[in-house]
Design a protein around this ligand. Structure first.
Ligand code: BES
Ligand code: MN
Ligand code: ZN
Length: 510
């Protein structure tokens, strides 16, 4: 998708479609009787006039995601005018705007419209932020997961060109063209990286083995100028990663330890961020095998790792002045004659011993060694992302990802970044009381315990390996894969957490 900036008056744009946001400025919300007060978010009187009838007759209410397509709008040079509802003006933010750009993309491309102009609302959102949100939302909305469909029509449904209209001289002050241009570039980098991650996650396990994932990381690293090292079983054994190897030993596919380094000149040497990702390219459960029903979905069990690879891509291109290292532990979790069995004891890289109660609790095993390795590489702050537990889906559904944090200050930073990124996450606790559950008769800890509070148990387990390094854990099991399409995004891989991670990393710039 080509993107370009324009400061033209919307009605003067020659395009297949001009998109404007409509909002409901009625702040009360008492049901039927309360009529919406709909406003068109453009200062162009011609556009407002063209939308007047459908608003006054009640057809357009401004409701979130409502779309109204007008043909040959009076006074406009564009062929069409699309009104997209953004809900109540009071609560309208960049997060909603991002989604509306996705809604416009998905609605228009389904009608074979390949180019359009999106008018950034001149509301409370600063122009640069609004522009960036539109670019991000449009790219995210343009992604389609149907790679292997032979029907080209369905596959090639993509937008070719997007014009983002930031009206010039809003409220008398001209925008800084350079700042706008760089906001557009940043939006593009982040969203394309998110789609890069979604590409990886979308691949089935026969086309995204640990080795293939390592190759993809290498290729990407070469393109954006990152350092990338990938290792196999020998290195994993040499580093004494007994927990990681315990999972990997059961598979005929070799595991991969992927290390991506970003070390810019001028970065403060006090901070070294570590991004650790679970990349189980297929999770059968191992000997504690999963039921057949729904097992095909376990190809996305590498989403945490794919997110870290995608985040490193964005970081390499955005060039924040902070040192970042990503450690991705990639393996299959398979049952076989070589597979670990319940009751086995594994010695992790940190030296701690783990009694394997359930071989399906494998993500925490690979991450345990990933976290230790990131610490050994000198990381001062750790963030991990993983499709770790079904229990987080029980707790938070498909809406929020779970956040766990050992350090409140680090959490505050992350929560701010998360808000900026417009991703939904909810903090869950890590009280010492939960530690009880980790006890084993034979080893330092068990890898699985009681059903209750399963997401917290997994996080408590990881905490043992983050040790005293400030650490955040993101459980994205319920959010990395969209079970249903939404108006702004296709079903399938979501790329959740990447935008928050990139924003978080940027926040440490020296
Ligand atoms: N990969 C799964 C978690 C998962 C569940 C991801 C649903 C995506 C959707 C993880 O490895 C797993 O199997 N967890 C077990 C842990 C249990 C055995 C303690 C679970 O959540 O059931
Ligand atoms: Mn599992
Ligand atoms: Zn898993």
């Amino acid at each position: 998708m080509n993107t370009n900036l324009s400061s033209s008056i919307p009605s003067q744009l020659e395009t297949d479609c001009v998109v404007v946001v409509v909002l409901d400025r009625n702040e009360r919300d008492r049901g039927e009787k309360d009529k919406p007060v709909v406003t068109v978010e453009s200062s162009d009187a011609t556009v407002c006039e063209a939308a007047k009838d459908v608003i006054s007759n009640g057809e357009v209410t401004g409701k979130m995601f409502e779309t109204t397509l007008l043909h040959r709008p009076a006074g406009l040079k564009a062929k069409r005018l699309l009104l997209v509802g953004g809900g109540k003006a009071k609560t309208f933010s960049a997060a909603e705007l991002r989604k509306l750009a996705g809604v416009a993309v998905r609605m228009l491309k389904s009608k074979s419209i390949r180019s359009f102009a999106f008018v950034v609302p001149e509301t409370a959102i600063p122009a640069g932020q609004g522009l960036r949100a539109v670019v991000e939302g449009a790219f995210v909305g343009d992604f389609e997961p149907g790679y292997y469909k032979s029907d080209r029509n369905e596959k090639d449904q993509k937008i070719d060109a997007l014009t983002i209209v930031v009206p010039g001289n809003v409220h008398g002050d001209a925008h800084d063209a350079k700042a706008l241009e760089s906001a557009m570039q940043a939006g593009r980098i982040v969203a394309e990286s998110q789609n890069f991650t979604r590409d990886l996650v979308n691949e089935p396990s026969n086309r995204m083995t640990p080795t293939m994932m390592a190759e993809r990381a290498k290729k990407m690293a070469a393109e954006v100028g990152l350092n990338c090292e990938t290792y196999g079983a020998d290195k994993i054994k040499q580093l004494k990663m007994g927990a990681f190897w315990g999972v990997a030993q059961g598979s005929d596919e070799p595991p991969a330890l992927i290390v991506l380094r970003y070390d810019p000149v001028g970065a403060a040497d006090k901070v070294h961020l570590g991004l650790v990702g679970k990349a189980v390219t297929f999770d059968t459960g191992g000997i504690s095998i999963k039921p057949a029903d729904g097992m095909e979905k376990m190809k996305y069990d590498m989403a945490g790792g794919a997110t870290m690879i995608g985040a490193m891509r964005a970081i390499a291109l955005l060039k924040p002045k902070v040192k970042v290292t990503a450690v991705i532990c990639a393996t299959e979790n398979m049952p076989s004659g070589k597979a670990q069995k319940p009751g086995d004891v594994q010695i992790a890289m940190s030296g701690k011993s783990i009694e394997i109660i359930n071989t399906d609790a494998e993500g925490r095993l690979v991450l345990a060694d990933g976290l230790s390795y990131a610490r050994q590489l000198g990381c001062t702050h750790l963030v991990d992302a993983a499709t770790l537990t079904g229990a987080v889906v029980v707790a938070l559904g498909y809406v929020n990802a779970g956040i766990f944090a050992s350090d409140d200050q680090m959490y505050e930073r992350f929560a701010n970044a998360n808000k900026q990124a417009g991703e939904k996450m909810w903090r869950l606790p890590l009280d010492d009381e939960y530690k009880e559950n980790l006890k084993s008769n034979i080893a330092d800890m068990v890898n699985a315990g009681s059903r209750w509070g399963g997401a917290i148990f997994a996080a408590m387990f990881l905490k043992e390996f983050a040790e005293d390094t400030p650490w955040i854990h993101l459980d994205i099991a319920g959010t990395a894969w969209m079970e249903e399409a939404k108006p702004w995004i296709a079903k399938g891989p979501s790329g959740i957490a990447l935008r928050s991670l990139v924003e978080f990393v940027k926040g440490w710039e020296s």
